[in-house]
Design a protein around this ligand. Structure first.
Ligand SMILES: [Mg+2]
Length: 95
């Protein structure tokens, strides 16, 4: 059901406009993040961050549909990056 709605959004607005929306939602997530840094982590700001995270994830799901990117493909890349992060953290501990 969710995928059908996301496909309908892509068909209705087009990939170009949904890509613009992805950019806008990323910018809103950035703004919510910097507001937390600037003003501390009040419940209201954490709720705002959560909403923007949800918006970005919805747009990411549409990009996955549009470009036929599978969950497993993203997971493989994420796992590689997490391993690299672990290695970086281990180097940090040795300093
Ligand atoms: Mg938003």
């Amino acid at each position: 059901m969710v995928e059908a709605i996301l496909k309908q959004a892509l068909n209705t607005y087009g990939l170009g406009m949904q890509t613009v929306m992805l950019c806008e939602e990323c910018a809103e997530l950035t703004k919510a993040s910097t507001k937390l840094l600037r003003n501390g982590d009040s419940k209201e700001l954490v709720i705002a961050l959560t909403e923007e995270m949800a918006d970005v994830l919805i747009m990411i799901e549409q990009m996955k549909i549009a470009y036929q990117i599978k969950d497993i493909d993203v997971e493989v890349v994420m796992n590689g990056k997490i391993i690299r992060l672990k290695e970086t953290l281990m180097k940090e501990q040795k300093k």
